[in-house]
Design a protein around this ligand. Structure first.
Ligand SMILES: [Zn+2]
Ligand SMILES: [Zn+2]
Length: 220
């Protein structure tokens, strides 16, 4: 797996722009908020694709001063974003206003409730791929039709690969909520659960239902 030249630097640049803008909003709209709690200094995995995608993203909450109403907070937040070159839209959610700013693939959202002084910020950069895909992630198959042992057939489950065909031998699958989850087919053991990694099965030991996967055996 190789790093894509410049990709991390570009992501870091987008992260810095995002952070600068979010800090400016927080300082103006909810002064006194503890910026130590703004976690926006490292990108995280946003998508467990192969290769994974990374982005800067965070949420933050602050309190608007009692002297400034919700409508004023919405107006000032939208104006700050627009002045800084963000494309701004406003919409209504239940009992609050959502201000959204877009720029260079980044998104900043402000949620301003009508009746409580909390202001919710969320911000995310675009998700970037930082490295090239692993070269030929699949290992060589244990067996192919050319190398299958006499008296054996290629495993019907993995086609001779030997590794678990569900997870490709990783032992885990991408998961939207948790990032990764253990592969249910191999229970994380990475090998094909049918042939246990051999890639082939002895014809003499096939069970009747397994013979059904091999039409060519029926004539024997
Ligand atoms: Zn598996
Ligand atoms: Zn197998």
């Amino acid at each position: 797996m190789g790093e894509i030249p410049g990709a991390r630097a570009e992501l870091d640049r987008l992260g810095r722009v995002l952070r600068t803008q979010v800090v400016a909003l927080i300082e103006q709209l909810t002064p006194g908020a503890d910026l130590m709690l703004l976690f926006l200094s490292e990108p995280t995995v946003s998508e467990w694709s192969e290769p994974a995608k990374y982005r800067y993203s965070t949420t933050f909450r602050g309190q608007r001063p009692e002297s400034v109403g919700a409508a004023d907070t919405v107006r000032r937040g939208a104006a700050m974003l627009a002045d800084a070159g963000w494309e701004v839209s406003e919409s209504r959610e239940v009992n609050r206003t959502l201000v959204t700013g877009y720029r260079d693939g980044s998104t900043i959202e402000l949620r301003v409730p009508d009746h409580t002084p909390t202001v919710l910020y969320s911000a995310s950069s675009p998700a970037l791929v930082l490295s090239t895909p692993q070269a030929d992630e699949q290992p060589d198959p244990s067996r192919t039709s050319d190398t299958v042992t006499a008296g054996y057939v290629l495993c019907y489950e993995c086609d001779g690969l030997g590794v678990c065909p569900e997870c490709g031998g990783r032992g885990w699958l991408p998961d939207a909520a948790a990032g990764q989850r253990k592969c249910p087919e191999c229970a994380g053991e990475r090998v094909c659960p049918i042939c246990r990694g051999a890639g082939q099965l002895a014809v003499s030991q096939l069970q009747p239902f397994q013979r059904g996967y091999y039409p060519e055996l029926r004539s024997e």
